[in-house]
Design a protein around this ligand. Structure first.
Ligand SMILES: NC(=O)c1ccc[n+]([C@@H]2O[C@H](COP(=O)([O-])OP(=O)(O)OC[C@H]3O[C@@H](n4cnc5c(N)ncnc54)[C@H](OP(=O)(O)O)[C@@H]3O)[C@@H](O)[C@H]2O)c1
Length: 396
């Protein structure tokens, strides 16, 4: 492999989104230098296993000279460049910790880390920087969120959102220097592969489904249905049935659009919402959950009414998953002009969520014991890698 092959420096390759983007880039001939956390041997092995699960033989790409691994960490341990020229940087690493807890995150990785990466770009004459951000840098705003910078800080629901917004400002500032080009990729909430359901993350959507699974188990035990009849669990859902659910995006779609953008310089320099253009409604979601778990009895009500004496089912649902309630009432509409342009140019369809895709997502999560198997705790933080057990292989 000659050193003239376009080369991307990628952080976060061992992440949920990162390993899918790595697959897209390698299989299309991009040379990728991955920055992996210490100890390199162990993390490399983990990356090889993850890539193997999605059908990529890393040895093959390493032998071709397309896959390069280097030890490094954000913010202060980036490798010196000894692999030849770097054409661009794709920053995909992040701390997904939602709230500060004294360990410096999520700001240490997401803000200080980005500053160091931008400095690295400056020192190595890299002029193109692509940053994976989040659609929720819009904070509490709802209507017609455009694919533009949000120059004023909105009201944030989490420190994570604030850290990603701050990172966008830093990257944009860097992009104002002559010759620099910045691209921002903003996914909404990532869910598993649209065809197989494969995921390595089990937060948000999956936590809620898991609570419904627990609730179903509990009530089925108490009121055993006969002859396989559905179990009735009367419970109130505080929201409007026609409102869209929190925006969910399958990881394969997000990775595909990200790769299309990185690989085509004419698509650089813009902001992309990697989001569902037509999110399902809360009532679709209720129907899919009820069918999947063979239950019924959910009824939408005005949000205020739930404060009056909760039933056991309602307590289980709405107290265990306190993150969901504010989001039941935060219906954001994301404009997608730039993403739509990529989809039209490349003939890419958004894989719409329906009952069968929904079932596959939940089936896969259930085989992985809702994430208890792969070493992530509930806020998405990984346990130390030596404790991590790989999930079983899913062919994608
Ligand atoms: N997941 C979502 O729903 C979602 C939604 C919107 C936006 N995003 C954004 O998408 C990107 C990818 O997220 P993800 O879901 O793939 O996250 P993830 O699965 O938690 O992966 C995070 C990646 O970042 C690496 N990393 C974390 N802290 C690091 C540090 N200090 N130095 C170097 N590497 C570090 C991790 O390495 P280890 O494997 O060594 O831990 C891992 O490779 C992030 O920028 C995130 O903000 C995610």
């Amino acid at each position: 492999m000659s050193h003239t092959t376009p080369t991307t420096l990628l952080t976060g390759a061992t992440g949920f989104l990162g390993h899918f983007i790595l697959r897209e880039l390698l299989t299309r001939g991009r040379r990728v230098v991955t920055v992996l956390r210490a100890p390199l041997d162990e993390t490399r092995q983990r990356l090889w296993t993850m890539m193997n699960r999605i059908g990529v033989d890393c040895d093959h790409y390493e032998q071709l000279g397309l896959l390069v691994t280097r030890e490094g960490a954000l913010p202060d341990d980036l490798p010196e460049s000894n692999w030849g020229a770097t054409d661009d940087i794709l920053s995909c690493a992040a701390s997904l910790q939602l709230h500060s807890n004294g360990n410096g995150e999520p700001f240490r990785t997401n803000v200080n880390g980005i500053e160091m990466l931008l400095d690295w770009a400056r020192r190595h004459q890299v002029h193109r920087f692509h940053a994976v951000s989040t659609a929720y840098v819009c904070g509490g705003h709802k209507d017609g969120i455009r694919e533009t910078l949000h120059p004023e800080p909105p009201t944030f629901q989490t420190d994570y959102e604030r850290s990603k917004w701050t990172a966008e400002q830093l990257v944009t500032e860097w992009g104002r220097q002559p010759g620099h080009i910045v691209t921002l990729l903003r996914p909404s909430f990532l869910i598993g592969h649209s065809e197989t359901g494969y995921t390595t993350q089990f937060g948000g959507f999956y936590q809620f489904a898991r609570i419904v699974a627990m609730m179903t188990e509990h009530f089925r035990h108490e009121h055993k249905p006969t002859n396989g009849d559905a179990t009735c669990i009367p419970h109130r859902i505080p929201g409007r049935k026609t409102d869209p659910v929190q925006n969910l995006v399958p990881v394969d779609f997000a990775a595909r659009i990200a790769a299309e953008v990185v690989l085509d310089p004419s698509l650089h320099g813009r902001i992309y919402h990697l989001t569902d253009p037509n999110p399902p409604t809360w009532d679709d979601f209720r129907v899919w959950l009820e069918k999947y778990f063979n239950i019924y009895g959910g009824e939408f009500i005005d949000s205020g009414e739930l404060s009056n004496g909760r039933s056991r089912a309602e307590s289980l649902l709405w107290e265990k998953y306190d993150l969901l309630l504010p989001r039941l009432h935060h219906h954001v509409l994301f404009d997608q002009r730039n993403t739509r342009d990529v989809m039209d140019r490349r003939g890419i369809e958004f894989p719409r969520l329906d009952q069968s895709r929904f079932n596959r997502l939940l089936d896969y999560a259930a085989t992985q014991k809702w994430g208890q198997k792969n070493g992530r705790d509930h806020n998405g933080t990984q346990r130390k890698s030596k404790d991590r057990k790989p999930a079983s292989v899913a062919s994608l």
